[in-house]
Ligand binder design. Structure first.
Ligand code: DC
Length: 228
């Protein structure tokens, strides 16, 4: 099986680029952030303080988290049987996901689900620790990043399309805080794997970034396009 690990901070375009690259090569796209978001959502719905381990850990045994793919090949997240794929994208869930993801027990809870996907399929898996912890033997590791300004602007535009009424400054602050927290936690922090290829997309549009990403994957794995 071929596995491609893509890590990087929020808003770098990991999900949209990985999804398209996976389609291009006929691989399965695995969005691990969605799994942390599902746990964050579960905690949020229960009104729990997502920084409080003594409340979050007992909750885990009551959660059934499933990852499924619909007929269009899109990843859907299920929480105790309910499709929560839309709810986990609410802006307020981002920080909850980051909070729970700092707990090693939460990370262990999800690790098998992530590794099992890579055992069964050719995958492009994105997250924060894929190349460093989850798939240290991935065929290719890419650290996808962009400047804070570029990432915040992209995320802001994305949110506005969904009816977001907040400001760019708010989105920038939120992103900065989340980056700091994800990069400075003790458990599997966001770091560049030493054998990762660094791809900074600040100056490139989506199609240019996609073409660079697919070029790296193709060169390192020998994978060929299944779609033009
Ligand atoms: O990729 P995302 O923004 O949807 O991820 C939400 C949060 O989940 C992110 O702030 C950090 C956490 N996360 C993680 O700790 N490890 C991963 N592999 C993926 C996400």
């Amino acid at each position: 099986m071929i596995s491609v690990a893509i890590d990087g901070p929020g808003g770098a375009g990991k999900s949209s680029l990985s999804r398209r690259a996976a389609k291009y090569f006929g691989f399965i796209y695995v969005d691990t952030g969605a799994m942390y978001r599902t746990i964050g959502l579960a905690a949020c719905r229960r009104g729990l303080d997502t920084k409080d381990k003594s409340l979050i850990l007992p909750m885990l045994s009551g959660l059934v988290i499933e990852l499924k793919y619909n007929d269009a090949g899109e990843q859907r997240m299920f929480l105790n049987g309910e499709d929560v794929s839309a709810d986990i994208r609410l802006p307020e869930i981002s920080m909850c996901a980051s909070n729970v993801s700092a707990m090693p027990e939460v990370r262990s809870f999800l690790i098998d689900m992530q590794r099992d996907m890579a055992k069964k399929y050719n995958v492009i898996m994105d997250g924060r620790d894929i190349g460093t912890v989850i798939l240290p033997d991935a065929d290719v590791k890419i650290f996808l990043t962009a400047s804070l300004e570029a990432r915040a602007l992209r995320r802001y535009k994305e949110l506005c399309e969904k009816g977001f009424k907040g400001s760019l400054q708010e989105v920038t602050e939120d992103m900065k805080n989340r980056d700091f927290q994800d990069s400075n936690r003790a458990a599997a922090p966001l770091t560049v794997a030493e054998d990762a290829v660094l791809l900074d997309t600040s100056e490139y549009d989506f199609e240019e970034s996609l073409s660079m990403l697919c070029g790296i994957i193709s060169e390192k794995t020998g994978a060929k396009a299944v779609e033009p």
